[in-house]
Design a protein around this ligand. Structure first.
Ligand code: 6PG
Length: 272
């Protein structure tokens, strides 16, 4: 860790250190959930940033090789088979779940094999069944959701200007017009579903993310539905943590604090 700017923002020296730290955070949250509820439900994202995190989990991050109370879900998936290199499910299976021999009954993939809305409705129902929210009961969902951020400020498959950003009840929706590559249809958690998680952990690395990090942290409406960018609209029941590497966090001049990254109290969720 390079610098803990606040309880919710940590800057790590490089992408691998950031990813390993996030893997260790997941193990710590799993141990807390195990004590509280006897299970740990985590939703992970795709893209390239989480890959070293998956490898770290497979290698026994924080000494953990116990998976019998983990339940792995996805924040989003591309509408491709899991064998397709663009599949988020496929990437996590290849880098983590298979090497770590996570029991298949603890892995809950988005099966993107059919009409987009039907796939979304099916996963929505699976989540509500798992979290005991059938019938719309208000409930906490995931213990942790791991999210990335695209240079345009998207997170999961919630893209700027998308109708999905205004969703207030469904937990999973289809996105037929993603605003970033790969330009294939997606299925994504919505802000209400993410907002019911106890902890959201953003993992954002690379100089190409510096500008969007600055925009997010400069937004006075961060943590509310009125924030400008999708990633800035994310809330959680307990906390939203940002794990950045130096390249994403520091202004071009280097040194000092991330431009726009204020220290201060955890971003308290605006009740979604
Ligand atoms: C996806 C991801 C997406 C990702 C960002 C960042 O399915 O594409 O869930 O939201 O987190 O695009 O991707 P990188 O980590 O590759 O920069």
């Amino acid at each position: 860790m390079v610098e803990r700017l606040s309880p919710t923002v940590t800057v790590h020296s490089d992408p691998v250190s950031a990813a390993h730290a996030l893997a260790e955070r997941l193990v710590a949250l799993a141990e807390r959930a195990r004590t509280r509820a006897g299970r740990f439900a985590v939703a992970v994202s795709g893209g390239t940033t989480p890959e070293p995190m998956f490898r770290a989990l497979a290698a026994g991050a924080a000494g953990n090789r116990r998976w019998d109370d983990w339940h792995v879900f996805w924040a989003d998936e591309r509408a491709v088979p899991p064998t397709d290199p663009r599949s988020n499910v496929g990437a996590a299976r290849r880098l983590w779940l298979a090497p770590a021999a996570v029991p298949p009954e603890h892995v809950h993939p988005i099966r993107a094999d059919g009409a987009l809305d039907a796939v979304a409705e099916r996963y929505d129902a699976e989540l509500r069944g798992f979290f005991g929210a059938a019938g719309g009961a208000a409930t906490t969902t995931f213990d942790a959701v791991v999210l990335g951020v695209g240079p345009d400020g998207h997170t999961a498959s919630l893209f700027p200007g998308a109708a999905s950003l205004d969703e207030t009840s469904r937990w999973v929706v289809g996105e037929a017009h993603p605003g970033a590559p790969p330009l294939v249809s997606r299925v994504t958690l919505t802000l209400p579903a993410i907002g019911r998680a106890r902890t959201v952990l953003f993992l954002v690395c690379g100089a190409e993310k510096r500008a969007v990090v600055e925009r997010i942290f400069a937004d006075p409406r961060r943590g509310s539905r009125r924030a400008a960018l999708p990633a800035a609209r994310v809330t959680a029941q307990e906390s939203v943590e940002w794990h950045l590497d130096q390249a994403a966090a520091l202004p071009p001049t280097g040194g000092g604090r991330a431009a726009g990254v204020q220290t201060g109290p955890a971003s308290r969720p605006a009740r979604s």
